[in-house]
Design a protein around this ligand. Structure first.
Ligand SMILES: *[C@@H]1O[C@H](CO)[C@@H](O)[C@H](O)[C@H]1NC(C)=O
Ligand SMILES: *[C@@H]1O[C@H](CO)[C@@H](O)[C@H](O)[C@H]1NC(C)=O
Ligand SMILES: *[C@@H]1O[C@H](CO)[C@@H](O)[C@H](O)[C@H]1NC(C)=O
Ligand SMILES: *[C@@H]1O[C@H](CO)[C@@H](O)[C@H](O)[C@H]1NC(C)=O
Ligand SMILES: *[C@@H]1O[C@H](CO)[C@@H](O)[C@H](O)[C@H]1NC(C)=O
Length: 878
């Protein structure tokens, strides 16, 4: 792997790498003869872990990034075991704690049956007693666990489910019981082969076909390798665990038998494959002891405890005749719960006259037939046993609990909390139910029609979509500030081009003090002018970190070492004063992880100074096309995370507060990065309250914003909606991808405007050509496509065709997950620095289009769009 050789032999090297990486798969496919299964969705997360871990079975569980792209909350409580047990899997040494309802969401690329595995182990921890956690786990449709806890002392608990996902997202919601919390050590969401779960199976009582099994959620209760040892996940085709038999009674009636696993054959028609059960399951069995004695007429019985009569169970029995030497010499009966399930099972004829061939049969067993809470499986030779030796055999047992009428696998409460009686529905009851249901549907339809007729507002996306998990907490109380709100509305709906002049003129400078004070938001402090003078070395030019229409921003340093960004208004600028007021007002209403926080202000000596948290990594733009090339280029994943952060901030502005807020100046210089590269939206100087009443869909206003980012529709019609921010955000996304300014007048005419130029290349399907050369090797094509598609939608000509910020966020999260999956697939656990070597995108980069120095920073709105109705507002641009 010497660096010099890599380039010349790259194709061979990549091929080799590929072969090496696929080796385990290749091996299993040659031994299995059947096509191997490659799951479309593979999410393996080691919750709370600082870095990815590889298990002994070869699977890599990823750590969760700080703001996990899978998780709805910003809460980030991670625990590590204080006394890790080396004998335990590394998954059980870290955990994530949820103090309030939290939702994981996973993108599902292929709908159908998925394994969901949840790992719990209440390890000792100094801050939380994990054994005392009590919580509920739901998907959108099913209750998986209700008021669940792991008592101490405990061994790890693995909960395994098979659920048919029919939505492009799978949500897993953790809901702590009141006063408690939830935790999770690891989670797996993995596609299962379509053939794994049948749609119908024989019902034992009544004896008929039971169909629609795929509409139920299944929980694996037991999976037994009869007559054999434990098979751990590394030796199973689908990372399942098969446990040794402990339910046999009386054990001395049986003889364990085993053959070499290679002897086991699978039928050529593919009805049984190693995916159903690996060879090692079929290669061991229990058969009858003393089969040759004269009175062998007894039953071998397995009593397997299950979760009670409120559920039905899917029982799968695995057979493989590894004991007969001649065909048609083994016949036996199979009973389930004392009911004859298979009379005279003749494996020879079922396997086309092949011995040692795998066979299995599924049954649906009603809870009403349980024997004292157990599922009882018996095998016995028939009384009349002419042709062969009296014997019987069983190789494997799987029992899966089926969700009940409440859609629950744990109790009688459904996901929405309603209680369902477990009495089996009688016919009369069904009739009543149907009537009630019909009536309910009618009423709902009526309500829906009325709702639709009343609804005019485009932005309540949360009602149209189920992205409930993105709704962010609102930390603002409006009580006690009625005057504030009404003033705000008055301003928001004015169409005067003298934007906001009527309120907060500089004569009432102390006015905003009362906003801050009455807000009761804990906005921190009023700084004295002296304090800020000292912090900024008397506003030394050397400390200037930014300049805007309002004045300058200084880096300040308090005595205790806290760094601040100090924004000092230019008292001579009327415009500045208005923007100042706007910003104070905005920020005092808003608190969010992805919005820059206001720490305090100072209004002494006619000064208007705002003090913010200091964002040490500066504006996003500086990381894309840095003026000082010392900054390392951001990876694709970092860029996606930054976009996601900024999108969350904007989404919160649009929907999180009582009144929607439009930023109006979304651009890469207004997205700031903190020391961990967490993105925060800043500069609310131009922000506008969105439409205040239901009848209003836009705010009429003078056109403001930054050239290159400006929504052409807003420009033409001078009507501001939150979709104008979406447009600008689309431009930022392209900037992130291509690492060039939105407008670069130094370039040939067709390349000046980034949005137009990039979309031209996108339409040719070749957007890779213009992307940042630093990215070329490290971007997964699926992720890239998703990203560019999302940017394209943002740039739609008309606002109504653009997605909401919520939708954009959704797509970005998806792109991030695709990228993580792509990295995981290609380089499982390689050194990430190798990633560049095996990238799949190969492009000849257009060197002629490389970034050039930008001659000036265009911030002025000027005429370039077609025929604005009235050009005068343009003159007010800053
Ligand atoms: C943790 O909680 C469990 C259940 O409430 C309790 O039995 C146990 O004693 C607690 N352990 C500690 C160390 O507090
Ligand atoms: C599982 O695989 C390991 C090696 O990967 C082997 O040592 C072990 O015997 C296997 N166990 C079974 C039950 O096949
Ligand atoms: C149920 O199964 C368990 C475990 O096999 C066993 O101990 C118990 O006796 C069984 N109950 C009955 C009534 O057979
Ligand atoms: C049984 O084995 C024979 C020969 O090995 C094969 O031709 C036949 O297809 C097998 N039967 C089934 C059902 O696979
Ligand atoms: C085996 O079990 C079945 C069902 O419980 C019962 O009907 C049958 O009599 C049993 N056979 C013997 C030999 O005990």
């Amino acid at each position: 792997m010497a660096g010099g050789e890599k380039h010349g032999r790259r194709p061979i090297f990549s091929l080799l790498l590929l072969v090496l990486l696929r080796l385990p798969l290749l091996l299993s496919s040659t031994t299995a003869k059947n096509p191997t299964f490659t799951p479309s969705d593979v999410y393996l997360l080691d919750c709370g872990a600082p870095k990815s871990v590889q298990l002994s079975d070869g699977r890599t569980f990823r750590s969760e990034p700080q703001s996990s792209s899978f998780l709805s909350t910003d809460e980030d409580i991670r625990l590590s075991s204080t006394s890790p047990l080396p004998s335990l899997s590394p998954l059980y040494q870290t955990a994530r704690v949820f103090s309030s309802t939290s939702t994981y969401s996973f993108f599902i690329t292929k709908l159908g049956i998925h394994f969901i595995r949840l790992h719990f182990f209440p390890f000792p921890s100094s801050s939380y007693n994990l054994s005392s956690a009590i919580f509920t786990v739901n998907t959108e449709d099913f209750v998986l666990l209700r008021d669940f806890f792991v008592p101490s002392p405990a061994s790890p608990v693995l909960k395994e489910y098979l659920i048919n996902v029919d939505n492009e997202r799978l949500y897993l919601t953790f809901k702590p019981k009141k006063g408690s919390f939830a935790f999770l050590n690891a989670v797996e969401v993995v596609s299962a082969p379509e053939t794994l779960i049948p749609t119908s199976a024989a019902s034992v009582s009544p004896q008929e076909q039971f169909s629609g099994i795929n509409n139920y959620a299944l929980e694996v209760i037991s999976r037994i390798n009869v007559g054999g040892d434990k098979i751990s996940s590394e030796n199973d085709t689908l990372a399942r665990e098969w446990l040794p038999d402990s339910f046999l009674k009386p054990p001395d009636t049986v003889q364990k038998v085993a053959v070499a696993p290679e002897k086991v054959k699978y039928p050529e028609d593919g009805t049984v494959t190693p995916l159903i059960a690996p060879r090692s399951v079929y290669a061991t069995a229990d058969s009858m002891r003393d089969a040759h004695v004269s009175e062998p007429m007894f039953n071998i019985t397995w009593d397997i405890p299950v979760d009670g009569g409120a559920y039905s169970y899917l029982v799968r029995l695995h057979f493989c005749d590894i004991i007969s030497r001649t065909l048609n010499s083994l016949y036996f009966n199979v009973f389930i719960n004392r009911i004859l399930a298979i009379p005279n099972l003749d494996l020879s004829s079922l396997t086309g006259g092949n011995l040692s061939m795998a066979y299995y049969k599924d049954f649906v067993v009603a809870g009403t037939t349980l024997i004292s809470g157990n599922i009882s499986i018996q095998i016995s030779p028939p009384v009349m046993n002419d042709p062969g030796l009296p014997n019987a055999i069983l190789n494997g047992i799987e029992i899966m609990k089926m969700s009940n009428t409440a859609g629950s696998l744990d109790g009688l409460y459904s996901v929405d909390g309603s209680y369902h009686s477990d009495e089996p529905a009688s016919t009369a009851k069904i009739t009543v139910l149907v009537t009630v249901f019909g009536l309910a549907i009618f009423l709902m339809a009526l309500a829906a029609i009325m709702f639709l007729r009343r609804r005019r507002r485009p932005e309540d996306w949360d009602k149209k979509h189920s992205f409930f998990s993105w709704l962010l907490p609102l930390h603002v109380s409006h009580s006690g500030r009625p005057g504030f709100i009404s003033k705000w509305n008055g301003k928001g709906s004015t169409s005067s081009s003298k934007n906001g002049k009527g309120f907060g003129s500089h004569k009432s400078k102390s006015g905003y003090k009362s906003y801050l004070a009455s807000g009761g938001l804990g906005l921190g402090r009023f700084f004295t002018f002296g304090e800020l003078q000292q912090a900024t070395s008397n506003f030394d030019e050397k400390n200037v970190i930014g300049v805007g229409g309002f004045g300058k921003v200084y880096l300040g340093l308090l005595d205790d070492g806290t760094k601040l960004a100090v924004k000092r208004g230019n008292p001579s600028s009327d415009q500045g004063i208005n923007e100042f007021h706007t910003e104070i007002e905005m920020l005092s209403k808003l608190r969010h992880r992805h919005l820059v926080s206001l720490i305090g202000c100072c209004d002494e000596n006619n000064e208007m100074i705002l003090v913010y948290e200091y964002m040490s990594n500066g504006p996003l733009r500086d990381h894309l096309y840095p003026s000082s090339p010392s900054l390392t280029p951001l990876s694709w994943k970092q860029r996606l995370e930054i976009c996601i952060g900024a999108a969350r901030g904007l989404h919160y502005l649009h929907t999180g507060a009582a009144q929607s807020i439009i930023h109006r100046d979304v651009k890469s210089t207004n997205i700031l990065l903190d020391e961990n590269l967490v993105a925060k939206m800043s500069d609310f100087g131009l922000s506008k309250a969105g439409p205040s009443s239901l009848d209003q869909t836009h705010v009429s206003t003078a056109v403001k914003g930054s050239f290159g980012y400006l929504d052409p529709e807003y420009f033409r019609r001078q009507q501001l909606t939150d979709k104008s921010d979406v447009y600008s955000f689309g431009v930022v996304m392209l900037e992130v991808l291509c690492a060039r300014p939105a407008i670069n007048p130094a370039l040939p005419r067709d390349q000046v405007n980034l949005a137009e130029w990039a979309m031209q290349w996108h339409r040719k399907g070749k957007v890779q050509v213009i992307m940042d050369p630093h990215l070329v090797a490290g971007v997964g094509p699926p992720s890239l496509n998703k990203f560019v598609e999302a940017a394209e939608k943002c740039l739609a000509d008309s606002g109504v065709h653009r997605p909401t910020m919520g939708d954009v966020l959704w797509n970005l999260e998806y792109a991030l997950q695709l990228q993580e999956a792509w990295i995981g697939q290609s380089y499982e656990d390689d050194d990430p620095s190798d990633i560049g070597n095996a990238g799949e995108i190969h492009v000849e980069h257009l060197d002629s289009l490389q970034r050039k120095e930008i001659p000036f920073d265009v911030e002025v709105v000027s005429v370039d769009f077609s025929t604005p109705a009235d050009p005068s507002p343009l003159l007010q641009g800053r």
